[in-house]
Design a protein around this ligand. Structure first.
Ligand code: NAD
Ligand code: PRE
Length: 368
C-alpha cells in the first residue's frame, strides 16, 4: 500500500515528510501495551502518533513511545492503526473510527465481539493479541522489548483479506513477536483456560489464605507465590477482560469446578492422585518456554543438563568462546531434577555446536 493513495476518509496523513518510505502508525490508548508497541515501532522506523488523555500523551512523548499527540480523526489517515485502549472501549472506538480505509488492528485479550464489530463496520481489520504483558499498567511501564519472542495471535475469518493479514503479521514481526493465526472463537476459548481462569484462580487462592487469618499470607512459600503472582494485576483491566470473555470463561470455570470436585473425591486414593500428578507433570512439560519462530535459517539444539548452579553459564560460555551466536534459549522441564536447555542457533552453526557440547561432556541433539 502506498501512502496518500486516497484512503483517507476524514483524516489526513499525520505529516507529509516527502518520504514515501516513512510509515505512519496511529496508536489509540498509549498505556502499557500501546506504549510498548510505540517504542518498538519507532525503533523499527515508523512515525508514531498517539491518541489518549493529554497528560498520558505528554508522558508518552517524553518516554519516546510516540512522536506526537494526535486525534481519532487524524489517525484515520495513517497506514496502520493499533487500538490499545481497555477492552471495553474497543468496540466503541471501532465505530468511532469508521469509515476509514486505514488498516486497523487491536491488542485486546478477547477477540470474538471485537472482530464481529469491525466486520459490521466494514473495516480493514485483523484482530491481534500479544501473549505478553505484566501486572503493571500505564505508559511509564512500557518496554520496547515487551513482545520479544512472544506469541502474538492474529485473528482470521472468512472475510480476512490475505494482504491485510500479511501486513499486520509483518508489523508483528517488527515488534519482535511471532504471529500465530487463530479463529476468534477458538482464541477466546483458549484464553479462558490459559489466561483468564488462572487470573481468577489467583484471586481465589489469595482469598482462601487471607480468610484463614490476617497474617496467613506472610507464611507463604514459593509455590503459593508462583500460583498467585497475577493476583496483583491491574484490577480495572481484569474486570474488563473477564466480563468481555464471560461466555468462554463460564465454560472454563465449570470445567475447573468439575476437575476440583473430582480431585477432592480422590484425595484418599493415593494411586489415583499419583496418576493425576503424573498426567499433570506430562502436561506441564509440554508448556515449553518462549516461542522461537522456526525458519530455514535457524535450528534448535536441545541439551539435557542437570539442574545445578553454573550449568547454563558453562553452555553459553562454550558457545560464545567459539564464536557461536545464541539467538534465543529456553528451559524445558524446569522444575525437575534434570532440565533440557534449548538453544536457537544459525542452522549452519548447529552441527559445530553439537560437536563442541559433546566434547565437553553434554548430550546434545539438533531438532528440526
Ligand atoms: N496488560 C497486559 O498484560 C496485556 C497483555 C496483552 C493485551 N492486553 C490488552 O491491552 C489493552 C490495554 O491494556 P494495558 O495493559 O496497556 O492498559 P493500560 O491501562 O496500561 O493502558 C490503557 C490506556 O488506554 C487509555 N484509554 C482509555 N480509554 C481510551 C479511549 N477511549 N481512547 C483512547 N485511549 C483510551 C488509558 O488512558 C490508558 O493510557 C487491553 O485491551 C488489554 O486487554 C493487555
Ligand atoms: O504476564 C502477565 O502478567 C500476564 O498476565 C500476561 C497475560 C497472560 O499470560 O495471561 C495476560 C493477559 C494478556 O492478554 C496476555 C498475557
Amino acid at each position: 500500500m502506498e501512502p496518500g493513495d486516497g484512503r483517507q476518509q476524514g483524516g489526513e496523513r499525520p505529516r507529509d515528510r516527502g518520504d514515501l518510505l516513512t510509515r505512519a502508525l496511529g496508536i489509540v490508548g498509549v498505556g502499557l501495551v500501546g506504549g510498548s508497541v510505540g517504542l518498538a515501532a519507532r525503533g523499527a522506523g515508523w512515525e508514531v502518533v498517539g491518541v489518549d488523555r493529554p497528560e498520558v500523551l505528554e508522558r508518552a512523548v517524553d518516554l519516546g513511545a510516540i512522536d506526537r499527540p494526535s486525534t481519532l480523526k487524524e489517525v484515520r489517515g495513517t497506514d496502520l492503526v493499533v487500538l490499545a485502549a481497555p477492552i471495553s472501549k474497543v468496540t466503541a472506538l471501532i465505530s468511532d473510527l469508521a469509515p476509514t480505509d486505514a488498516l486497523v488492528t487491536d491488542v485486546a485479550s478477547a477477540k470474538n465481539a471485537i472482530v464481529r464489530e469491525a466486520e459490521a463496520n466494514s473495516l480493514r481489520f485483523v484482530g491481534g493479541h500479544p501473549m505478553a504483558g505484566s501486572q503493571l499498567a500505564g505508559v511509564a511501564n512500557a518496554k520496547p522489548d515487551l513482545f520479544h519472542g512472544a506469541r502474538y495471535f492474529l485473528t482470521t475469518t472468512q472475510n480476512t483479506d490475505p494482504n491485510d493479514y500479511r501486513e499486520v503479521s509483518n508489523f508483528v514481526r517488527e515488534l519482535g513477536a511471532v504471529p500465530t493465526a487463530v479463529d476468534p472463537e477458538k482464541h477466546d476459548l483458549l484464553m479462558a483456560a490459559l489466561s483468564h481462569l488462572p487470573h481468577l484462580m489467583a484471586a481465589a487462592l489469595l482469598k482462601v489464605a487471607s480468610d484463614i487469618s490476617p497474617e496467613a499470607l506472610s507464611f507463604a512459600g514459593p509455590s503459593f507465590r508462583d500460583l498467585t503472582r497475577v493476583g496483583a494485576s491491574n484490577p480495572g483491566l481484569w474486570s474488563d477482560i473477564l466480563a468481555e470473555n464471560a461466555p468462554a470463561l463460564g465454560e472454563a470455570l465449570a470445567h475447573f469446578a468439575g476437575a476440583m470436585a473430582q480431585l477432592g473425591s480422590e484425595i484418599q486414593d493415593r494411586k489415583a492422585i499419583e496418576n493425576r500428578f503424573l498426567a499433570a507433570r506430562e502436561a506441564y512439560d509440554a508448556l515449553g518456554g518462549i516461542l522461537v519462530e522456526k525458519s530455514g535459517e535457524n535450528a534448535d539444539v536441545a541439551i539435557p543438563v542437570e539442574n545445578r548452579p553454573g550449568v547454563f553459564a558453562e553452555v553459553t560460555t562454550l558457545m560464545g568462546s567459539n564464536g557461536i551466536n545464541i539467538h534465543d534459549l529456553y528451559v524445558r522441564h524446569s522444575n525437575t531434577e534434570r532440565a533440557a536447555l534449548v538453544l536457537t542457533l544459525d542452522a549452519k552453526a548447529a552441527p559445530a555446536a553439537r560437536a563442541l557440547l559433546r566434547e565437553a561432556g553434554f548430550g546434545a541433539e539438533i531438532q528440526s
